[in-house]
Unconditional design. Structure first.
Length: 255
């Protein structure tokens, strides 16, 4: 929560060093603004427009998601002077320090949700297979090519929903950008990753593998086999045991 007085304004690097790409291709400043009007569509991506958006004031007194706090710096401005600089929790450890008045082509963090649908239908999660699967793959791929040509590098965080529902699209995008970008993927690992492992450079991609022990579709033997296969291929990953209270008693079984 940011304590903003009447004579102060809050400015944020979201939409500048950091933005979200939604399943329909809309680009939003942050998780807090995805229900607002998007900045642009990925098929119309323009870095110049993003730089212009950066002049916008943030009217949200708190961030809605951890990734907003992790990657976006905040500045409290009073009488045209910087009163306080709230640094992001992750960005400053990976890239150079963010500056209010300077655009750094190296400092880009993109959160991409290829779909908000999920094949698992967990009782404790609102994402399910009832969601719409966008069929705009070529627009998405062309948009990411424009993004690649606009930046020297950065990180693309891929999540959902279950992003591997769109596994071919995700693999195509990573393969085309991995010479400049690094990737972080959150997945339940319920889809075959053979083609993915052949085409993707393991030094450029980290995975967070979600273990859902009470989901009816979860198969531990297949999950473990794919984990060992990824390890053999040289991928770095962590296993995230989903800590829903009613399944915490199973933690020691999988530890």
């Amino acid at each position: 929560m940011f304590d903003i007085k009447e004579n102060e304004v809050l400015r944020c690097s979201a939409g500048y060093n950091y933005f979200h790409v939604l399943p329909n291709g809309d680009i939003c400043r942050c998780m807090g603004s995805y229900l607002d009007s998007p900045i642009m569509h990925i098929s119309d991506f323009s870095k110049k427009e993003l730089i212009g958006i950066f002049d916008s004031i943030c009217y949200k007194k708190s961030c809605c998601a951890g990734c907003d706090r992790d990657w976006a710096d905040k500045w409290i401005i009073c009488e045209d002077k910087i009163k306080d600089h709230i640094k992001s929790e992750q960005f400053c450890h990976i890239f150079q320090e963010q500056k209010l008045d300077q655009f750094d082509e190296n400092n880009v963090k993109i959160v991409w949700s290829p779909t908000m649908s999920c094949n698992y239908n967990c009782s404790y999660c609102e994402n399910n297979t009832d969601g719409n699967i966008e069929n705009i793959d070529e627009e998405i791929k062309n948009g990411f090519r424009n993004i690649k040509n606009s930046y020297r590098g950065g990180i693309i965080d891929i999540s959902g929903g279950e992003p591997f529902i769109k596994l071919t699209l995700v693999t195509d995008v990573i393969e085309s950008l991995q010479d400049k970008f690094k990737f972080a993927i959150t997945t339940n690992l319920s889809f075959s990753i053979l083609e993915f492992s052949r085409r993707i450079d393991p030094t450029k991609t980290n995975l967070s593998l979600s273990l859902h022990p009470t989901c009816k579709l979860f198969n531990f033997d297949i999950f473990l086999g794919r984990c060992l296969f990824l390890k053999e291929c040289g991928f770095k990953f962590k296993i995230n045991f989903v800590g829903y209270p009613e399944q915490l008693y199973l933690f020691d079984r999988y530890k």
